[in-house]
Design a protein around this ligand. Structure first.
Ligand SMILES: Cc1cc2nc3c(=O)[nH]c(=O)nc-3n(C[C@H](O)[C@H](O)[C@H](O)COP(=O)(O)OP(=O)(O)OC[C@H]3O[C@@H](n4cnc5c(N)ncnc54)[C@H](O)[C@@H]3O)c2cc1C
Length: 444
C-alpha cells in the first residue's frame, strides 16, 4: 500500500492553497480531486477577494484567469416595483485591485496547476469514498477498493465533506443550510459597461435583499464578468420547504423586476447551477481537527457572514499546512499534536469571522428571516416619505420620523415590550416635535 506524508482531499481554492503551503514546507503532498479537472464541479463564476491569494502568489493578477476588477460595489434593496441602492465606486481599488470576478472552472484549474508547479502530485478524476482509521485515528483515504496511507488527511472537499463525515467531525444542522441558484447570462462587454456605468475592465458587484426573497428570508447578488452577468439567489432550505417555494421561480421573478430587467434584458443564458451552502461558523474550533485529520475551507464551515468562502478557505488551508509542519517537527500526528491548528487560526481573523458569521446566522434563524418583509416595506415607506417631507408644506407639525423608523424594527421587539416601547417612542417623538416647533419659532 502506498504511503505519503499528507493527502489533501479536494482541489478547490482551499485544497490547492493548502497543498501549496505544504509543498513549500517540504511536505510530500498528494492532492486528490474527483473532477476530471479542478473546478469542473464548482459553481460557475464568483467574486474573488484576493487578499489571501496575493500572499500566496504575489503576481497572480498577471497570470490568473480573471474577468473584471470589482471596484464598483453596492447594496441593493428591492420591493416589487421599487429599488433602492447604496453604491460605492472606489478609484483606489480600480488602480490597485483587491476584488475580481472570475470563473471557478478556469480559476481552480489554474490554481491547482500552481500547486503542481510547487511539486504537489495532483490526482484528478478520483472520488474519495472513505477514510482509513487505526486506533481511532485517521491514517489514510479509500478510493473504492484502493487505499492510500498518509500521516495526515486534510479535508478540503467542500460542504458535503466525506472526510469530515467519516472522521466523525461533521455537524449537520439543516436550519443553517442555504440553497443558492446562479445564472450566468451572456451580454457584450460594451453593453455591460453602458448599463452598469462601468469603466473598461471594471466589474459591478451588488449584494441585496428584498423582493422576491423577503418572505423566505433570502438574499441575492448580481455582478458582472467580462461578457456576462451573474445573478445569484440564496435562501434557507427549511424556509423554502415550509413555504413550498421554488427558488428557480423566484429567479424568474427577480429577472422580471423592472430594475434587474433593465440590466439584463436581451441576454442569453449560458449556465444555470444550484448548490447547497451553509452559514459560517457551524463547526466549533475544537472539532476542526482530530487524530490524523484537519478540516478546512467549506468542509470546516469557513464562510463569512455573506458566504464569502474562497479567501477564508485559502487561509484556513495555509494554517492547516502550518499545523501539519508543526506536527511533523514533533514526529506525531495525533489530535494533541494537530491541535496547534486552532492556535494558528487564532493568529488570524478567521475565528472572529466564524464568530460573526455564527452570530449573524443565529439572528437570521431566530428573528430576521421572519421580519424581513415588514422591515423592507417600512424601509421603503420611510425613505420615500422622508423625501416628500421636504415639500410637506401643508403640515405644520414636524414629521414624526422617529415613529416611522421604529416601525422598521418593531417586529423584532418582544410582544410584551411592544406597547410600552411604542408609547415611549411616541412620547419622544412628540417631545422632539415640540422642541423643533419651538426652535422654528425662535429661528425663523
Ligand atoms: C451559489 C454560490 C455562490 C458563491 N459565491 C461566492 C463568491 O462569489 N465568493 C466567494 O468567496 N465565495 C462564494 N461562495 C462560497 C464558495 O463557493 C465556497 O466557500 C468555496 O468554494 C469553498 O472552497 P473549498 O475549496 O473549501 O470547497 P469547494 O469549492 O466546494 O471545493 C471542494 C473540492 O473538493 C472536490 N471534492 C469534493 N468531494 C470530493 C471527494 N469525495 N473526493 C475528491 N474530491 C472531492 C470537489 O470536486 C471540489 O473541487 C459561493 C457559494 C455558492 C453556493
Amino acid at each position: 500500500m502506498d504511503r505519503v506524508e499528507c493527502v489533501v482531499v479536494g482541489a478547490g481554492p482551499t485544497g490547492s492553497a493548502c497543498a501549496i503551503g505544504l509543498a513549500r514546507k517540504g511536505i510530500e503532498t498528494v492532492l486528490v480531486e474527483r473532477g476530471s479537472q479542478a473546478g469542473e464541479k464548482n459553481v460557475a463564476s464568483f467574486v474573488l477577494f484576493a487578499n489571501v491569494l496575493k500572499t500566496i502568489i504575489p503576481g497572480f493578477a498577471d497570470e490568473a484567469p480573471l474577468e473584471r476588477i470589482g471596484s464598483d460595489t453596492g447594496f441593493l434593496c428591492l420591493r416589487k416595483d421599487d429599488m433602492m441602492e447604496f453604491r460605492a465606486k472606489a478609484g483606489v481599488y480600480y488602480e490597485n485591485p483587491m476584488i475580481y470576478t472570475a470563473y471557478r472552472s478556469r480559476f481552480d484549474r489554474w490554481f491547482a496547476s500552481k500547486a503542481e508547479e510547487e511539486g504537489v502530485e495532483v490526482v484528478r478524476g478520483m472520488l474519495v469514498t472513505d477514510v482509513l482509521t487505526e486506533g481511532g485515528r485517521v491514517v489514510g483515504i479509500k478510493v473504492g477498493e484502493d487505499e492510500l496511507l498518509a500521516d495526515v488527511v486534510v479535508a478540503a472537499d467542500g460542504i458535503h465533506s466525506i472526510v469530515a463525515r467519516q472522521s466523525g467531525l461533521y455537524e449537520d444542522d439543516t436550519s443553517r443550510y442555504m440553497l443558492g441558484v446562479k445564472e450566468v447570462l451572456d451580454l457584450p462587454p460594451d453593453v455591460i459597461e453602458d448599463r452598469f456605468g462601468l469603466r473598461p475592465g471594471e466589474a459591478a458587484v451588488k449584494d441585496g435583499w428584498g423582493y422576491p426573497m423577503s418572505d423566505v428570508g433570502g438574499l441575492f447578488t448580481i455582478y458582472t464578468n467580462n461578457d456576462s452577468v451573474s445573478i445569484c439567489l440564496f435562501a434557507p432550505v427549511d424556509a423554502l420547504k415550509a413555504k413550498g417555494v421554488s427558488l428557480r421561480d423566484r429567479l424568474e421573478d427577480f429577472k422580471a423586476h423592472p430594475y434587474v430587467s433593465s440590466l439584463i434584458k436581451e441576454s442569453r443564458l449560458r449556465e444555470y447551477e444550484a448548490h447547497i451552502l451553509a452559514d459560517g461558523g457551524r463547526i466549533k474550533t475544537d472539532r476542526l481537527y482530530s487524530g490524523g485529520v484537519l478540516l478546512c475551507g467549506e468542509a470546516g464551515g469557513f464562510n463569512s457572514t455573506m458566504w464569502i468562502g474562497v479567501p477564508s478557505g485559502m487561509l484556513s488551508g495555509l494554517k492547516a499546512a502550518d499545523a501539519v509542519a508543526a506536527a511533523k517537527r514533533l514526529g506525531r500526528y495525533d489530535a494533541d499534536a494537530l491541535s496547534c491548528y486552532v492556535d494558528y487560526l487564532y493568529e488570524t481573523g478567521l475565528p472572529r469571522m466564524l464568530y460573526n458569521a455564527r452570530t449573524f446566522s443565529d439572528f437570521m434563524v431566530k428573528s430576521a428571516r421572519r421580519h424581513m418583509e415588514t422591515f423592507t416595506d417600512n424601509l421603503f415607506d420611510f425613505m420615500t416619505e422622508s423625501i416628500l417631507e421636504e415639500v410637506n408644506f401643508f403640515e405644520p407639525e414636524p414629521y414624526p420620523s422617529l415613529e416611522k423608523a421604529y416601525g422598521m424594527f418593531s417586529d423584532y421587539v418582544p410582544r410584551w415590550l411592544e406597547p410600552p416601547l411604542r408609547l415611549l417612542v411616541r412620547g419622544v417623538s412628540k417631545l422632539g416635535s415640540w422642541y423643533k416647533k419651538r426652535k422654528i419659532r425662535r429661528t425663523v
